[in-house]
Write a protein that binds this ligand. Sequence first.
Ligand SMILES: [Zn+2]
Ligand SMILES: [Zn+2]
Length: 75
Amino acid sequence: MRLSHPVHGSLLPPGVCYTCDVCGKLLSTKLTLKRHKEQQHFQPLNKAVCALCHKVFRTLNSLNNHKSIYHRRQK
Ligand SMILES: [Zn+2]
Ligand SMILES: [Zn+2]
């Protein structure tokens, strides 16, 4: 009867407390997790994204401008 044996791959390395919920990467601090997500999984929150070509714009205005230029309905 084996009471304890090392389990590989299921335990977090010491010092690692945070896991990226997007890609599963292990981070040691909340700050590095935050930074990782900002760098790797940056998602514009207050930005406008074109639904047609997924281009990101700083403002809704520029999105509308883009749409009127690139996705203008042609009859
Ligand atoms: Zn990640
Ligand atoms: Zn577009």
